[in-house]
Ligand binder design. Structure first.
Ligand SMILES: *Cc1c(COP(=O)(O)O)cnc(C)c1O
Length: 477
């Protein structure tokens, strides 16, 4: 490896050493106009939305960093393949092409297409998860946790402690802590544990990657204890890229080889194709065991659709198949993760507190440091989200006390350890110049952070309040 490479540079960049190593490997063929509403309009829109950015119409948003889910730009190849979609009810040619892509990239012999990631979770959990069960893992994604809790089972977070220290620079803050995992297995017994789940990358924990060594160790642990291991593989390609870049001994392997090994260590995986497969809609359930595949098939037909289309059109399956190859392309990943990294580093250089190091798909602003002294029950991260909209028509999302809901038993808020604003970068959509605009808006807010007020509820739904709660500013700072 060259001594002076940046982390997100591709290993085999063929260009001159003194030029940027990760320019986007594409040019823009089609554009979608966006417009910055006036200050007056932004104030009106935010008030009408009840200070909840989920309620803001998308055409009133200038830079939309709400999510990277389904918001990526498809390629000309994906659009071309969609024209070849075979819409046969049974035995669709597009299904067979998708199955071939899944087999090549993951090695899983069995696959069910679903309409999105949570649908794959629904099918799998319908077969495996029952009342009183326990599913240990590294910071389960919110839909995964909801599917577990919906079945009166419990998700237990076994992520390493450093994940919860925003300023600690460590290469694999998404890892599973094996001691915590062993303690859960000892306490609950393996009969109560339908599977162990590793989410790659660890979205809830800041988009932080999981090392291949950790996946190997957890797999060995599971084999020794007779437990199944599943992956939540929404961002498997970004995770494999970080392994190639950061893990000792992995720099010489391709991202596809590394991804393949991650999958080979697991019994199966659920995947939201709306992330690393760069499609607007789609999901996959992938399995190694034929008997489990047959059991899941019945639920797939019940909830999603027939086995050879699931919740998708033939054309959607074509786009996913193509996206699995594009999303694991190394020059694409270098540009993608390089952009997130540059954006994150520019914020750090400007004194904005963020979760370090930058993750694969998003930058997380540390609201506790941004607004020191503001009690979490005044929703500091939600206040920053609102100010971002007022100042620049930027839409981020709160990952903090509002999202964490109330404790069902005590009725109290349960402020999480990390109070964050997530700025999620869609794939192949925004330019560095647009992200420089976002940076400057954050710098403006940071310079007058002592003027930012907290919020209080005017309407608080009983569950999932994050999506439809309404707020007003507190009357004083
Ligand atoms: C998005 C996501 C899901 C759910 O997928 P949907 O396609 O949104 O249903 C599950 N797990 C992770 C880690 C995700 O990022």
């Amino acid at each position: 490896m060259r001594a002076n490479r940046n982390e997100t540079d591709p290993v085999d960049w063929p260009g001159p050493a003194n030029l940027p190593h990760n320019p986007e490997p594409y040019k823009i063929k089609m554009v979608e106009p966006i417009r910055l509403p006036s200050r007056e309009e932004r104030e009106r829109v935010l008030a009408e939305a009840g200070f909840n950015v989920f309620n803001i119409p998308a055409d009133k948003v200038f830079i939309d960093l709400l999510t990277d889910s389904g918001t990526g730009a498809m390629s000309e190849q994906q659009w071309a393949r969609m024209m070849e979609g075979d819409e046969s009810y049974a035995g669709s040619t597009s299904f067979h092409r998708l199955r071939r892509a899944v087999e090549q990239i993951t090695g899983f012999p069995f696959m069910l297409p679903t309409h999105q990631g949570r649908a794959a979770e629904n099918v799998l959990h319908s077969v495996l998860v029952g009342e009183g069960d326990v599913v240990p893992g590294n910071s389960h994604f919110d839909t995964t946790k909801a599917h577990i809790e919906y079945r009166s089972a419990c998700a237990i977070d076994c992520t390493v402690d450093e994940c919860f220290e925003p300023s600690v620079e460590a290469p694999f803050k998404g890892d599973v802590d094996l001691d915590k995992l062993a303690a859960v297995v000892d306490e609950h017994g393996r009969e109560r544990i339908p599977f162990v789940l590793i989410t790659v990358t660890n979205n809830t924990g800041g988009g932080q990657p999981v090392s291949l060594e950790n996946v190997r160790d957890v797999a060995a642990f599971c084999r020794a204890r007779g437990l199944k291991l599943f992956l939540d593989a929404a961002r498997f390609a970004e995770n494999a890229w970080f392994i190639q870049q950061r893990e000792r001994g992995e720099a010489g392997r391709s991202v596809r080889e590394i991804a393949r090994e991650m999958f080979e260590l697991a019994d199966g995986a659920t995947m939201s194709a709306k992330k690393d497969a760069i499609v607007n809609m789609g999901g996959l359930l992938m399995l190694r065991d034929e008997d489990l595949f047959h059991k899941c098939s019945s639920f797939n037909i019940l909830f999603e659709g027939y086995l050879t289309y699931g919740g998708l059109s033939g054309r959607d399956m074509e786009a996913v198949a193509e996206g699995l190859y594009e999303g694991t392309g190394e020059d694409y990943l270098a540009a993608r993760i390089g952009q997130v990294r540059r954006f994150g580093d520019s914020l750090t250089d400007a004194g904005i507190p963020i979760v370090r190091p930058p993750g694969g798909h998003a930058i997380y602003v540390d609201a506790k440091s941004f607004l020191p002294g503001m009690n979490q029950e005044r929703f500091p991260a939600q206040a920053i989200v609102c100010e971002l909209y007022l100042e620049g028509a930027i839409r981020g999302v709160e990952i903090g006390t509002v999202l964490a809901d109330r404790d069902p038993e005590t009725g109290n808020n349960r402020p999480p350890k990390l109070e964050l604003v997530r700025l999620t970068i869609p794939r192949r959509v925004y330019t560095d110049n647009q992200l420089a605009y976002v940076k400057q808006v954050l710098v403006n807010l940071h310079s007058r952070s002592d003027m930012i007020r907290g919020l209080r509820f005017t309407y608080e739904p009983a569950i999932l309040r994050h999506f439809h709660a309404r707020f007003e500013w507190e009357s004083s700072r």
